[in-house]
Design a protein around this ligand. Structure first.
Ligand SMILES: Nc1nc2c(c(=O)[nH]1)N[C@H]1C(S)=C(S)[C@@H](COP(=O)(O)O)O[C@H]1N2
Ligand SMILES: [Mo]
Length: 204
């Protein structure tokens, strides 16, 4: 797409209230990873939901494939100032997972645990929104490894660092547990429309 078209589209999105402050429109899909891209082995992969749940549950890759999926078109916003519009995702609704495991009343936060130790925290209430999913597919293709394949969380209403690539664990917790970037100085909540980029403390 030409630069002129990009600028025009950006202005359209701004006028429509879809471009958060301080963001620009990108047609690309930049990769932002701290560390190497993990290797996926379908024979050993599991996803575990644990913590404040009635039924601590693990799914093998084969078992996870049998869960129903939802499809969603949404906008995504990265704290590094790019936004991408009308992206198409498919995956298992987080709400469905929460129903399967039975969330205990004391649970207030969900901590996503990823390969190589990356974590990120999101309030349970936010995770239970209809559009939040465990994404398996992007643009009608299996999710690329560099974008979090085989499985990432997708929390489109928050900055994209809250969407955890290579997720292997979902911890339901009574207490908040700031994750990798949150401890590093990013905002604990991360609403792009309120420009919640950085927290009050942190070492960046
Ligand atoms: N496991 C893991 N998830 C992650 C990251 C990471 O380094 N490791 N980076 C986060 C950040 S900072 C961003 S902006 C998005 C980038 O997603 P993308 O590479 O698909 O654009 O993934 C988020 N999820
Ligand atoms: Mo990021």
């Amino acid at each position: 797409m030409s630069q002129l078209n990009r600028r025009q589209r950006e202005e359209e999105m701004r006028a429509a209230g879809r471009l958060p402050p301080g963001q620009t429109l990108t047609e690309d899909f930049p990769v932002l990873t701290y560390g190497p891209t993990p290797r996926f082995n379908p024979d050993t992969w599991t996803l575990r939901a644990f913590g404040a749940v009635e039924r601590d549950t693990s799914w093998t890759w084969a078992q996870f494939q049998t869960l129903p999926t939802i499809k969603l078109t949404c906008d995504i916003h990265c704290v590094t100032r790019w936004s991408k519009f009308d992206t198409v995702w498919e995956g298992v609704s987080f709400k469905h997972i929460a129903e399967l495991v039975g969330v205990k009343p004391e649970a207030q936060h969900v901590i996503a645990h990823c390969e190589h130790g990356y974590t990120t925290n999101v309030p349970l209430e936010d995770m239970l929104r209809d559009e939040v999913m465990l994404a398996l597919r992007y643009d009608d293709q299996p999710l690329d490894a560099e974008h979090g394949g085989p499985l990432r969380t997708l929390v489109p209403h928050l900055y994209l660092w809250k969407s955890a690539k290579w997720v292997r664990g979902l911890e339901f917790s009574a207490s908040d547990k700031p994750g990798f970037w949150e401890v590093g100085g990013y905002h604990n909540y991360g609403d792009p429309f309120r420009e919640e980029r950085y927290g009050r403390r942190g070492f960046f």
